[in-house]
Design a protein around this ligand. Structure first.
Ligand SMILES: [Zn+2]
Ligand SMILES: [Zn+2]
Length: 137
């Protein structure tokens, strides 16, 4: 099954021949900036088989763990598309809002719940981790 997606304006498109390795709902403070106040839902894919067409803007930052993170955006419409950590170059994290069919990715876990505001809607049926869980793979 090929999974496809794009930014809001369509200048950046992506494609994966494989389903996501894992999907997580993240309430870290950075994700709240990207998610307009909500957490973000992100699926991990294997970089080796993941294809991107179109140019992205890369913004780098250092995570609490000390890892250098890259966050990639469409330079035309600003949609946050991808993130990756330099220590785990084999994985790319894809914002689920960019899936052509977001129902193909179902969160398996909520992470960084300790950073969520008190009014956050957090699914009681999903496992919760207060901060960063162990790496996906
Ligand atoms: Zn765009
Ligand atoms: Zn986050």
């Amino acid at each position: 099954m090929t999974i496809t997606g794009r930014c809001f304006c369509g200048a950046v498109r992506w494609e994966s021949p494989e389903p996501p390795i894992v999907t997580r709902w993240c309430w870290c403070r950075e994700c709240q900036y990207l998610g307009a106040g909500s957490g973000t839902v992100n699926s991990a894919f294997r970089t080796a088989t993941f294809k991107v067409t179109g140019k992205t803007t890369d913004w780098t930052s250092i995570a609490d763990s000390g890892n250098r993170m890259h966050r990639k955006f469409c330079p035309a419409c600003g949609t946050p598309l991808f993130s990756d950590a330099e220590v785990r170059p084999h994985l790319i994290f894809v914002r689920v809002g960019t899936f052509d069919d977001p129902s193909l990715a179902k969160p398996a876990m909520t992470i960084w719940t300790s950073s969520a505001p008190y009014w956050a809607c957090i699914d009681p049926d999903l496992p919760k981790v207060e901060k960063q869980p162990p790496p996906a793979a």
